[in-house]
Ligand binder design. Sequence first.
Ligand code: XMP
Length: 515
Amino acid sequence: MSRPVLILDFGSQYTQLIARRVRELGVYAEIYPFNRPQSEIEAFGAGAIILSGGPNSVTSPNAPTIGQWIFDQGVPVLGICYGLQLTCHLLGGRVAASDDREYGPAEIRLRSSASDSKILQGLSQVQGVWMSHGDRVEALPEGFSILAETDSTPYAMIGCEHRQVYGVQFHPEVHHTPEGLDLLRNFCLSIAGLSNDWTMADFLDRKADEIRSQVGSDRVICGLSGGVDSSVVAALLQRAIGDQLTCIFVDHGMLRQGEREQVKTLFGSHFQSDLRVIDAESEFLSALEGVTDPEQKRKIIGRLFVEVFEREAKELAGAKWLAQGTLYPDVIESVSPLGGPSVTIKSHHNVGGLPERMGLGLVEPLRELFKDEVRLLGRELGLPDHLVQRHPFPGPGLAVRCPGLITRSRLETLRAADHILIEELYSTGWYHRCWQALCVLLPVRSVGVMGDERTYEEVLSVRAVASTDGMTADWVHLPHDVLGKIASRIVNEVRGVNRVMYDITSKPPGTIEWE
Ligand code: XMP
């Protein structure tokens, strides 16, 4: 594989996006916090370096910074927003704090005197960009020249060709900068000369080799949940080590309709994996009997899941490894400009402590990947589209969509309604436009009329959200006729529901799941 790009994070909300864009070009990229020791940064062996944006002013005393040595690595450097200002500041230019922050769409004009610059090749003379800056560059460092300007910013793009150091005052990584990817391509491929050989097919071969040398002839356990990440991990391990893999699927009784059968068909029959399906529905439901507090529910499910999993895993003599679907966003050390402790909103269901308790080593083959890359890898491994494109589903399953008491019959109601919702979103083409869509069965009854009969049943809330990472979300403006069809099918076909509501709360202040 060609040398990777190193992105140094100075706290921008877009840092991950830079890495994703570079990877879209076929060049592997990783993110380090700006304050990693020089020795580690040098040991990374970058073929090009990008300095990210950030919310600070380079003129403030506590501004994140780095040594000048970063420009002496013999590889091209690109500073984005804060990265441009830091470049000017470190290399002897003048940057002043300014009260006028410019943020939003702007138009840049390329300087005709700079038309030979490799970073500008193929770019339009005048183009829209997404601008963002607080500080103002007042004088360029020696050897630098202006490559592009806007009406209000003379230093929209700068460069020093012989040192191969560049800076842009806008965000090339966001969609609002339509030619941003071309600019990054010029930087990574033409200027740094990197090859675009980071493909999922290559990744798959490389990872399979790595897994084989990590685990040797040992047995590996993989917890399957039916979701995208664990399915991709299992399929990858199956490809790499075949019958050294045992998959464990715990049916806690709070899964979606048909989920258990789908897992059995795909992994048991199609991939011919050693699949253990554990029917633990009764165990979970009796532990949850009488419990209505959301945190308590989550804790009970989390604890029991680990117990059940551990019990099964202990029976597998000789297992030495546990495979997990940890993704790159969970691995990146974040640079938080705000810092401070955060409160627990919801205890997440995870099996993080399991490997140490059981004395197992960890296999985490997706640690380098973003979610969209995991989906691509899933395709490469031959997983079906409906699985690869599946909405996220929480570990505690339908339990967090069942406020009040969790009973077998309420879960059945919820499962049937969820199935209709997903079916309708699929058939109307809305499924892929939602990050997630779900039903919540409210412990509230209302009076209704069906035929000549009075009904007194529970209320169901439908929720569909758009998001890129689940951290923030907007409710989706589903067309009225789609909502109408969902509501009437649910009320007509699902026993126990006589009223349907649509949840129009964004996150924040709401969370995606209700509990
Ligand atoms: P909230 O409800 O916190 O959810 O806005 C954000 C995203 O996380 C998912 N979620 C979970 N995923 N285990 C998981 O693996 C959990 O315990 C869990 N709780 C919430 C949720 O579905 C949404 O995508």
